[in-house]
Design a protein around this ligand. Sequence first.
Ligand code: FAD
Length: 376
Amino acid sequence: MTTHYDVAIIGGGIVGLANAWMAARRNLKVVLFERTSVAQGASVRNFGMIWPVGQLAGETLTMAMRSRDLWLELNAAGAVELEECGSLHVAHQTDELAVLEEFCNLGSYEVSMHTPAETLQKSSLVNPEGLLGAMWSPTELRVDPRTASANIAKWLAESQDVDTQFNTPIVGIDKKTMTAADGRQWSADKIVICSGSDLQTLYPDLLQQSGLKLCKLQMLKSIAQKETIPNSPHIASGLTLRHYSSFRECPSLQTLKARIAEQTPELDQYGIHVMASQFSNGEIILGDSHEYGDDITPFDSLEIDDLLLRELRKVICLEDWTIIERWHGIYAKHSDLPVYQASPEPGVFVMVGPGGAGMTMSFGLADHAWNTTLGN
Ligand SMILES: Cc1cc2nc3c(=O)[nH]c(=O)nc-3n(C[C@H](O)[C@H](O)[C@H](O)COP(=O)(O)OP(=O)(O)OC[C@H]3O[C@@H](n4cnc5c(N)ncnc54)[C@H](O)[C@@H]3O)c2cc1C
């Protein structure tokens, strides 16, 4: 006889964990399946930036702020450790400063402009050479991505009664019965598939035609710096303004984009925009690049790493630029939606592809889904 649950979640990344938590909050009997012994996908390979300031004003920003509240709830419950670090978008070019000032004037975000002196007071990592100012946002959080997923899974198992089944790849679903690679089976009234960048195992036809695309990002970590700043704000450069949809309302963005396209087209070619986040042990996660679809190879490019470091040196100053780790991550992203959702058969739901904002958005997305479709 198979064990039966109210809800089964497939995938132990941040999207799966968020859905497991939302189901457990409703006192449902929940099981979570993860292919590997500990999540190893995008959810452990990222910056750990909870980044509401990058989300489009309106419903998406509201969801990001709801997600932030839920992260803080997890922090208060002892499931994860968070830093309420905020973020600085630094400007070393006049068009970057103009975009940031226009963004502040939108009035939709809790942001303010800082002079160079105020910026350097917030973070001594910022490169003072040619610094024109920065935009300060207090809403961003930092979580350690290396440990967060495992810690949340442990907390769900220990405090929320979620049955966690690691080393369990689910290879088939039929009439609400799930089959693992070794033939074991379970059933559930609701099955939520949160399979991250694996678009090929479960419902491959649906996922291949969903409009989801894979994106590869290269990342670096610096050696621990002697000087550590408590609650060191995340730092984003002017290049980042091209990346997050929240800035698209700013008229000067076109000037900025045109300058990059003309003067440094290699940054557009590899989707490079640089960000830095210093952890309390002094190490700094640095990134990132964006390569899509058929451009993705298993091999990391030294040219991209060199470009990242070239651009990072323009915006931050480190006493020691020794790189101690290099890695890449892959996420699925939908061109129009904050996440792809579908129901391929009764009782089965798919939530895949929060793109580059999964750490920021997943709790808000899951909360919204459980308050609407999934909770019915
Ligand atoms: C380099 C990088 C930096 C990023 N930085 C940030 C950031 O700072 N802030 C932010 O908000 N977002 C960031 N993101 C995006 C964020 O990390 C992703 O959106 C998010 O982690 C996706 O979560 P997920 O659960 O969908 O996928 P994953 O983390 O990939 O998890 C999916 C899990 O499902 C499991 N799985 C798949 N199929 C099966 C199956 N059939 N059976 C069992 N298990 C299965 C996989 O093993 C995997 O563990 C970044 C992403 C990358 C790659």
